[in-house]
Design a protein around this ligand. Structure first.
Ligand SMILES: Cc1cc2nc3c(=O)[nH]c(=O)nc-3n(C[C@H](O)[C@H](O)[C@H](O)COP(=O)(O)OP(=O)(O)OC[C@H]3O[C@@H](n4cnc5c(N)ncnc54)[C@H](O)[C@@H]3O)c2cc1C
Length: 490
């Protein structure tokens, strides 16, 4: 819903982000291995190592799968301390691990799958004893998971519409959860225990609650708190300024740099919302502006929307903000439409008459893509701003810097002294972020002095930040694997 009292999540902001992230990861590991821990404590005979390993992997994998519904980037309390792009990287990386756990586990069993239990085998230590129904639900969940994984892996190259993919991804995940629940309760040796059955019922209910929240409850709320498109103007090549204003009483607040999920007049719950950074400053509320670059089927239509079209916002999201960050000066590096949240920040700094030295390096392919050129040039007088427009394909006679946002172009434009004391604010499409982060890595800028927002959810390249995310995920997976191993070896 729109935030009434706090832009972002107040609780998450009050906490030191490192503590918040540590707490979230601890809760994640605890929930992932909770079913394994409950099974560990049950008074049943242990089975051969591989069979216990297989059950442990299945239980932890299913628990991780159900948590994917919460780490999908739609819940502010979860994603605010981490940032949306890191949260999406985590979501995608653990998806790979849980898929391996779940797809592999049926092949590890050594006990007969379907042999009926003999009367003295009271707790299923000698045969898995699956019924035709549990086999069927297991096959269905297994096949769907393999298909979903293939779909996610090959989406970019397949030409499939993003909305189609998201619809299939959500529906597929919901079906896997249902088939998985049936399989677990019907075939799972340990799920006979009431504690574990209750855990699974609760976890599946939370996962479906999350889906219902996103696709039913939230759209209903949004329908009652609609906005209206009040301005639409082409401000650069294939780039639109869209302004929306609340149709009713204004309640929305945000911090400069944040984004919202935006959709225009469409059927309730349809998957048509897209993430867009707010380009206006909080001081311009109740009006909110966006800068939208035409890139696909949705963004290509925004320029033709009639004024007055109802709009629905969910947010604000993200922690790409200056609040709580220190810098002797601030160096902004924006690629293309990545200038949108930077405009919001600069406008806010101008309103606050911020006295610090500022640098803006704004890269585009051609001159016609430069947006807000006059306003930025005027800011040179209003702020201590050094401004550089970088062009990949400059026109004849272009005096400014030329090239990509790489080491060669950026080195002369970035602060020369006290580099570590500056804050570096980077925004744009993933390749720009990866390239700029590499340059900042080479300059030895501490990670804590870099704040970035990727306009896409592709996994980050192995820059220092990318390695950090990978390291954190590896630690989480190692903790879960240790829990499974302890269970299998008991
Ligand atoms: C945090 C964030 C902030 C952004 N801010 C801006 C901004 O201020 N201005 C701007 O022009 N662009 C912004 N983008 C990018 C913008 O969301 C995509 O360009 C837009 O969603 C593309 O939609 P499309 O249907 O026109 O293009 P498509 O061709 O359908 O999609 C192009 C790519 O955009 C991504 N995408 C598409 N639809 C969605 C969706 N519903 N949710 C998530 N990703 C999607 C997918 O990776 C897809 O491959 C931002 C992206 C993110 C993640």
């Amino acid at each position: 819903m729109l935030s009434r009292t706090h832009p972002g999540t107040a609780a998450a902001r009050a906490l030191d982000p490192r503590i918040a992230v540590g707490a979230l990861l601890t809760v994640y590991v605890a929930i992932a291995i909770a079913p394994v821990a409950i099974a560990y404590a049950l008074p049943v005979k242990s089975r051969p190592f591989l069979d216990e390993l297989s059950s442990g992997m299945a239980m932890a994998g299913f628990s991780m799968l159900l948590m994917e519904f919460i780490t999908s980037g739609r819940f502010r309390a979860v994603s605010a301390p981490v940032g949306i792009d890191l949260m999406m990287s985590f979501h995608q990386l653990v998806a790979r691990v849980l898929t391996v756990f779940l797809l592999l586990h049926p092949f590890l069993y050594t006990l007969p799958m379907t042999a009926a239990r003999v009367p003295w085998d009271t707790d299923g230590a000698l045969a898995l004893g699956m019924t035709p129904w549990s086999l069927a639900s297991g096959f269905a969940a297994w096949g769907l998971l393999a298909a979903l994984f293939g779909l996610a892996w090959f989406r970019e190259g397949s030409g499939m519409r993003y909305e189609t993919w998201r619809g299939l991804h959500g529906a597929g995940a919901g079906l896997i959860a249902l088939f998985g629940l049936h399989h677990t309760l019907d075939a799972g040796r340990y799920a006979d225990a009431p504690h574990l059955a209750a855990f699974w019922a609760m976890a599946v209910a939370v996962a479906f609650g999350a889906l219902a929240w996103i696709h039913v409850v939230r759209p209903l709320y949004q329908a009652r708190h609609a906005w209206r498109l009040s301005r639409s103007e082409r401000i650069a090549e294939r780039t639109w300024l869209l302004r929306v204003e609340p149709a009713g009483a204004p309640t929305f607040r945000f911090r400069a740099g944040q984004f919202v999920w935006l959709k225009f007049h469409r059927a309730l719950g349809r998957i048509t919302e897209h993430p867009f950074s707010i380009s206006s400053a909080p001081g311009a509320l109740p009006a909110v502006e966006f800068m939208v670059k035409e890139s696909g089927d949705f963004t290509r239509t925004v320029g033709s929307l009639p004024l007055g079209t109802p709009a629905y916002l969910h947010g604000p999201h993200g922690n790409f903000t200056l609040e709580g960050r220190r810098g002797k000066g601030i160096a902004f590096i924006a690629g293309g439409v990545g200038i949108a949240p930077v405009m919001s920040m600069l406008r806010e700094l101008r309103r606050a008459r911020d006295p610090r030295p500022l640098i803006l390096v704004y890269g585009n392919r051609v001159e016609a893509q430069i947006a807000y050129r006059d306003e930025l040039q005027a800011m040179r007088e209003e702020l201590r701003l050094e401004l550089s427009f970088v062009l990949g394909e400059p026109p004849p006679g272009w005096q400014g810097p030329r090239g990509q946002l790489d080491a060669q172009t950026l080195q002369p434009l970035l602060p020369r002294e006290e580099r570590d004391a500056w804050l570096y604010v980077v925004c744009g499409p993933p390749p720009v972020i990866d390239s700029v982060e590499r340059v900042l890595d080479d300059r030895g800028v501490p990670l804590g002095q870099i704040v970035s927002e990727r306009f896409g959810y592709e996994l980050a390249a192995l820059t220092r930040r990318g390695r950090l995310v990978l390291g954190v995920c590896a630690a989480v997976v190692a903790a879960i694997a240790a829990g499974i191993a302890a269970f299998a070896l008991r």
